[in-house]
Design a protein around this ligand. Structure first.
Ligand SMILES: Nc1ncnc2c1ncn2[C@@H]1O[C@H](COP(=O)(O)OP(=O)(O)OP(=O)(O)O)[C@@H](O)[C@H]1O
Ligand SMILES: [Mg+2]
Length: 285
C-alpha cells in the first residue's frame, strides 16, 4: 500500500470511460506501464472477454477480482501471449515498462521476456533447483561465473535460501512444498529480470503462513515492478493492492467493469458488481 501515494501524485485525466467505472489513470508515459484498448478475446468465434480501455501503472500491485468464468485468467494469458490454441485476441496492448536494452526484434520473445508468471499450481521443472534457476540466466546470456551469486540473491529475496539444504544446487525442485515451489517460480521471474509479474491465484492452495510469505513478496515486488494479481480473496486484495480491477459477466461474456485505486475501490466501490462483491465477502447488506 505504500506505493499508492506516489502513484496518486502522477494520476491525471481522471475520467470515467464509456459509462462504466474504469478510471483512466496514468495518462502520462512516464507513469504508464501498460495501456490496453479495444481488447477482445475469442474462443474460436465466441467472444469471451472484452476490455474497452484501461491503463496500468509502471509499478504497483493491481488486484484483479471477479466471479468465476469472468475471464481473469484468460486476460493474463492474453497479456503474456501464452494463449491456448483455440483462443485468439485482437486490440491494442502497449507494454511501455520495457527496458530498451532488453528489446529484441522477435516480438513474441520480447513480450514473453518481460513477464514472469506464477500460476495457481506450482510450475517448476522436474529437475534440480539449479537447473530450474539457470533457465532464465541462460536465456539472458548471463556469464556462467555469475550464476551462483545471482541465484543466491534471488533465493534470498524470496526467503528460500535458509529453508533449503546446504547442497541446494542438487535439491529436486518438485520435492519442495507448494509454497516453496511458488517462491522458486518467483525467484525464476527475478532472474528473468521481468518488469511485469502476473500471479493467478498464487496462494489458493496454501496455508496462512505460506500465504503471508507470498503476499510480502508481492508487496515488495510492487515497489519497483508492475504486479497483476488475480485473487478471489478480498482480504488479500486489501492487504497488498495499490489498485483494483473488477471483472464481471455481461451479455454472456466477461468484461472489465471497474478500475480504481485500492482506496477508492474499498472505501467507495463505484460499480454495482464491486459493491456486491465486497458485500458478499464482508456479509454487510
Ligand atoms: N481455451 C479455451 N477454450 C474455450 N473457452 C475457454 C478457454 N479458456 C477459457 N475459456 C472460457 O472463458 C471463460 C473465462 O475463463 P477464465 O478461466 O479466464 O475465467 P476466470 O475468471 O479465471 O475463472 P476462475 O475464477 O474460475 O479461475 C470461461 O467461460 C471459460 O470456459
Ligand atoms: Mg482463473
Amino acid at each position: 500500500m505504500t506505493a499508492l501515494s506516489s502513484h496518486a501524485s502522477h494520476v491525471t485525466n481522471n475520467q470515467v470511460a464509456n459509462n462504466n467505472y474504469v478510471q483512466l489513470l496514468f495518462n502520462e508515459p512516464d507513469c504508464c506501464g501498460m495501456a490496453i484498448r479495444d481488447l477482445s478475446i475469442f474462443a474460436k468465434k465466441k467472444t469471451i472477454l472484452t476490455v474497452d480501455e484501461v491503463r496500468f501503472p509502471k509499478t504497483g500491485v493491481v488486484s484483479i477480482m471477479g466471479p468465476s468464468g469472468s475471464g481473469k485468467s484468460t486476460f493474463l494469458k492474453a497479456l503474456s501471449e501464452l494463449m491456448d490454441e483455440n483462443l485468439s485476441h485482437q486490440g491494442k496492448i502497449d507494454i511501455t515498462c520495457v527496458n530498451s536494452a532488453n528489446k529484441t526484434n522477435d516480438r513474441r520473445m520480447s513480450i514473453c521476456s518481460h513477464f514472469a508468471m506464477v500460476w495457481q499450481k506450482p510450475t517448476v521443472f522436474p529437475c534440480s533447483i539449479w537447473d530450474n534457476l539457470k533457465v532464465p540466466l541462460r536465456k539472458r546470456n548471463v556469464p556462467r561465473n555469475e550464476w551462483k551469486g545471482l541465484m543466491e540473491h534471488a533465493l534470498e529475496k524470496v526467503g528460500l535460501i535458509n529453508e533449503l539444504d546446504k547442497q541446494w544446487t542438487r535439491q529436486r525442485a518438485q520435492r519442495l512444498s507448494g509454497g516453496q515451489q511458488q517462491r522458486l517460480s518467483i525467484a525464476m521471474g527475478l532472474l528473468k529480470d521481468s518488469n511485469i509479474f502476473l500471479f493467478d491465484e498464487p496462494t489458493s492452495a496454501l496455508d496462512p503462513v505460506a500465504t503471508e510469505k507470498i503476499e510480502c513478496i508481492i508487496s515488495d515486488l510492487g515497489k519497483n515492478k508492475l504486479v497483476l494479481l488475480v485473487t478471489h480473496s478480498l482480504g488479500q486484495a486489501r492487504r497488498v493492492s495499490d489498485y483494483c480491477a473488477m471483472f464481471h459477466h455481461y451479455d454472456d461474456k466477461g468484461m472489465l467493469c471497474e478500475f480504481s485505486s485500492a482506496d477508492d475501490f474499498f472505501n467507495s466501490p463505484a460499480s454495482p458488481q464491486s459493491r456486491k462483491f465486497i458485500m458478499q465477502e464482508t456479509g454487510f447488506k
